[in-house]
Design a protein around this ligand. Structure first.
Ligand code: C2O
Length: 546
């Protein structure tokens, strides 16, 4: 691989959407921010300079950061934020990943406007496991708020209520013609007939899982979270915040001068208010011979709209998830851990569920299950690396042996958690199985849980309560999908496996930003191994200080 240099100047920048102009934090004056393009095996040196009043940090979402945890980016987890006037060079190498990821601010709610695509091409000379596309197009889904998102979340945290919801969804920063005064802010994808396009979809929205489709077109899924999957066709995609999906769009040969909507709108299973609007972009066919009439013709042809599933279509979600399988080929093997050293069982819930976000749950046998996580005021990774955990974190994140959890009777007793920063400490190379159980069986919500520093295999999922006696027998240990963000099914559970082969401190949290703010987060500490290449090197000299 080669070394690629980028410079991110974080600046304020005026942007107008929905007839509202506001000053946003952005990178290089672009919204969405600049695209990073690299090949598998390349080293990236990205200098981030902070010119705004806010503290900033950038996370390279889904990048494995093998022994480069200092570059992962979550504020107060792997680094202190970059303060006004300061800079930091993120230095990491892309290992074993090809596809689409994204970068975003990882402090407070700044990722609402500070985000952009990461395109990872295969190594030079290595083909895709599918026919080479004619063109590649990043499509980044976002969420636009007319008001200042920092004010939105600080108000919500002060009042204890839910935050105001967004005013629009966006495709590459553009809300499109279904919103007020937005017709000229429409993403247009001009295509030629009879070609294949690789669409690199990213859900960078703060708080909403999204359905996406293109009218009259079928999409072939080929990659999720920068790992190839067995290709399958679908009319609709479901993408949770933090997830990415590469699809192949084959354009038709019979629509030389037509236009089609591509739209996205939310999948919502929980209670509470949400933005129930629809973003639209336009797929426009260009005839090969540019006839002088074509633009006139396009205006005369009505737009077709995709039909997306119902708002709370959990059976679509389940079916879609079940189609995602690793390639598991000789060239791209699925190294699913076959044995487990440590089992963990975390409950995931909010609000009216037995495990509230600010509470610890007491199981039937008195075992504590879940905890809310308090952000430290210094970075966990520094505290860990220099042996200064005292007063920063404690290694007692509550987990439990897997036991049946019955929510149909009286909910278990809750006890308030003392505000703690509790982590799980894992010896190097521990093979981990983690079952995450959605505890809110009534008003159940899907929570996209994101793990930093690893991909994991999704070995099982189901509805109701996880049954440790029956469910593991049905686990897929052959070709489960490998990813970094997984929806804990609404009213159900998911089981993942990963090997703790990456020393450092790794954040795990719900990628619905409001849930992270409310405490649905924790961290794993992976200890160094014995060999030199199993240890985290010391921090770079310019690592920001708190
Ligand atoms: Cu994309 Cu910790 O996040």
């Amino acid at each position: 691989g080669i070394t690629r240099h980028y410079k991110f100047d974080v600046k304020l920048h005026n942007v107008t959407r929905l007839c509202h102009t506001k000053s946003i934090v952005s990178v290089n004056g672009q919204f969405p921010g600049p695209r990073i393009v690299a090949r598998e095996g390349d080293q990236l040196l990205i200098k981030v300079v902070n010119h705004v009043p806010n503290n900033i940090s950038i996370h390279w979402h889904g990048i494995r950061q093998l022994r480069s945890g200092w570059a992962d980016g979550p504020a107060y987890v792997t680094q202190c934020p970059i303060q006004t006037g300061q800079s930091y060079v993120y230095n990491f190498t892309i290992v074993g990943q090809r596809g689409t990821l994204f970068w975003h601010a990882h402090i407070s709610w700044l990722r609402a406007t500070v985000y952009g695509p990461i395109v990872i091409l295969p190594k030079r000379g290595v083909p895709y496991p599918f026919a080479k596309p004619y063109k590649e197009v990043p499509i980044i889904l976002g969420e636009w708020f007319n008001s200042d998102t920092e004010a939105v979340i600080s108000q919500a945290l002060q009042t204890g209520g839910g935050p105001n919801v967004s005013d629009a969804y966006t495709i590459n920063g553009l809300p499109g013609p279904l919103y007020n005064c937005s017709a000229k802010y429409t993403f247009m994808l001009k295509v030629k007939p009879g070609k294949t396009y690789l669409l690199r979809l990213i859900n960078a929205a703060l708080n909403d899982e999204l359905f996406f489709g293109i009218a009259n077109h079928t999409l072939t899924v080929v990659d999720v979270d920068a790992i190839y999957v067995k290709p399958f066709e679908t009319d609709t995609l479901l993408i949770a915040p933090g997830q990415t999906t590469n699809v192949i769009l084959k354009t038709k040969t019979i629509y030389p001068n037509a236009t089609f909507f591509m739209t996205a709108r939310p999948y919502v299973t929980g209670q509470g208010t949400f933005d129930n609007s629809t973003v639209a972009g336009i797929l426009e066919y260009k005839s090969p011979h540019n006839s002088p009439h074509s633009s006139v013709l396009i205006k005369m042809i009505p737009l077709f709209k995709p039909i997306l599933p119902a708002l709370n279509d959990t059976s679509f979600a389940t079916n879609f998830a079940s189609k995602l399988r690793s390639l598991a080929s000789a060239q791209y093997p699925a190294n699913v851990p076959q044995k487990v050293d440590k089992h963990f069982f975390f409950t995931v819930g909010l609000g009216t569920s037995p495990c509230q976000h600010n509470q610890t749950c007491q199981g039937p046998n008195g075992t504590k299950f879940a905890a809310s996580f308090a952000m430290p005021t210094t970075a966990l990774l520094q505290a860990h690396f220099f042996g200064q955990s005292n007063g920063v974190y404690t290694p007692d994140f509550p987990s439990s042996p897997i036991i049946p959890f019955n929510y149909t009777g009286t909910p278990p007793n809750n006890t308030m958690v003392s505000n703690g920063t509790k982590v799980v400490v894992l010896p190097f190379n521990t093979s981990v199985e983690l079952v995450m159980q959605d505890t809110s069986i009534l008003g159940a919500e899907s929570h996209p849980l994101h793990l930093h520093g690893f991909n994991f295999f999704v070995v099982g999922q189901g509805f109701g309560n996880f049954d440790p006696n029956k469910d593991p027998a049905k686990f897929n240990l052959i070709d489960p999908v490998e990813r970094n963000t997984i929806g804990v099914p609404s009213g159900g559970w998911v089981a993942i496996r990963f090997v703790a082969d990456n020393p450092g401190v790794w954040f795990m949290h719900c990628h619905l930003e409001v849930h992270t703010s409310w405490g649905l987060k924790m961290a794993w500490i992976v200890l160094n191994g014995e060999l030199p290449n199993q240890k985290l090197p010391p921090p770079p000299a310019d690592l920001p200080k708190c």
